[in-house]
Design a binder for this molecule. Structure first.
Ligand code: AHG
Ligand code: MN
Ligand code: MN
Length: 367
């Protein structure tokens, strides 16, 4: 397609906005600021071992030994730099009332020098950061919420409860993927669009309009090293996938685990699949690994906008009432029929694979 015919992210946002007469430009300007932060992070990640991103401390991807964040995880310099890009590039525009980040314990207040706006931004500045030392894809995830009216009217500092909104109410959500190409995948509540960064222009170009997650799949993703901590419905589901053609599913499954949720979400958007990081018994203080406000909800919003499904296993993710900024939660998302099956297994009484007809004592498949 000739360059002149391609939609830039800016053009996409303007054309979307034309469908809503009376809409201000705030929202679009905010998304463009988020996109700029993502481009800056893409560049910092791409410098790799060379480090020395212009204007930034000389952090290299292999550097360790940063502070411990609120999650109890050691921050890598690129976690910190990515967080600085997000806050610094979004605080000045007058579109936000406050921000929340994986890397900051409390809500981030817009400095007094800048006007405050009507949106809230929650983000994971660098997802999959255990992968940065090994040059595997990482990403950023963001969620845009509307600030409560009273916050907008008063201009007061934001507090935790302002962010505790259902995922369903997100005004927009998206992620950037820093892989072989840098991509931005976005939903403003009207389907999902994917943009590829043209590095020579520094522009995100619309390359994947109207992304859809196929309803069926033969690919699943889970960290199997946690299997002894799983709950019975998850064990049943995975056992049935592993049994493949010889089990009740009657088809073989393929498995993937990248350990970057953004990359897994992207694969699922491209060709279907199901991702599970379920609630488990590994650590009683952590009901799940992933965080609701800036990981599960935005990815859930994108996946559902693409016709897939996102769930805790027990209830739709986007209907969960958040209780704290850094709340962790079990997450299952992807191809609709598989997620529905996993939900069914959670609702049904426990039924181990061995009791299904093909695996009974007298069965052909008895081992
Ligand atoms: P983060 O790097 O933001 O802390 O998130 C990493 C997450 C997610 O991207 C991935 O799916 C998961 O952690 C990997 O966890 P394991 O190391 O347990 O596989
Ligand atoms: Mn993450
Ligand atoms: Mn992170």
């Amino acid at each position: 397609m000739p360059l002149t015919k391609r939609f830039t992210l800016t053009r996409y946002l303007i054309e979307e906005r034309r469908r809503f007469p009376g809409a201000g430009g705030d929202f679009n300007a905010l998304i463009l600021d988020v996109a700029l932060a993502c481009k800056a992070i893409a560049r910092a990640v791409a410098f790799g071992e060379l480090g020395g991103t212009p204007g930034q401390p000389a952090a290299k991807v292999g550097d360790v030994g940063g502070a411990v964040n609120v999650q109890g995880e050691t921050q890598k310099p690129l976690d910190v730099i990515s967080n600085q890009y997000f806050t610094g590039m979004n605080e000045w525009g007058g579109h936000l009332a406050g921000m929340v980040s994986e890397e900051m314990e409390g809500a981030y207040q817009i400095p007094k020098a800048y006007p405050r706006g009507k949106y809230l931004l929650a983000f994971d500045p660098l997802d999959g950061s255990s992968n940065i030392d090994v040059n595997v894809s990482v990403g950023s995830i963001f969620s845009i919420l509307r600030a409560p009216q009273e916050v907008i009217d008063s201009g007061r500092d934001v507090v935790e409860s302002d962010f505790l909104q259902l995922g369903l109410t997100q005004a927009a959500a998206g992620y950037a993927l820093y892989g072989p190409t840098t991509m931005l995948v976005l939903s403003v509540g009207n389907g999902v669009a994917g943009f590829t960064l043209d590095p020579s222009l520094g522009e995100f170009m619309l390359t994947h309009p109207n992304l859809k997650v196929p309803a069926d799949t033969q690919e699943f993703a889970i960290n199997a090293s946690n299997s002894r901590f799983w709950e019975p419905p998850v064990t049943r589901y995975v056992d049935e996938c592993l049994a493949g053609k010889t089990g009740p599913r009657d088809k073989d499954f393929n498995m993937r685990w990248i350990a970057s949720m953004v990359a897994e979400a992207h694969r699922i958007l491209m060709r279907g699949g199901v991702f599970l990081y379920p609630r488990d018994s590994k650590d009683a203080s952590k009901p799940g690994r992933l965080r609701l406000l800036y990981e599960a909800n935005p990815i859930g919003f994108i996946i559902e906008q693409a016709g897939g499904r996102a769930s805790t296993g027990r209830e739709p993710m986007l209907g969960v009432q958040p209780t704290s900024l850094h709340q962790r939660i079990g997450l299952v998302f992807g191809s609709r029929h598989e997620v529905e099956r996993i939900e069914r297994y959670h609702a049904e009484p426990f039924k181990p694979l061995e009791t299904t007809p093909l695996f009974t004592e007298r069965s052909l498949f008895r081992v």
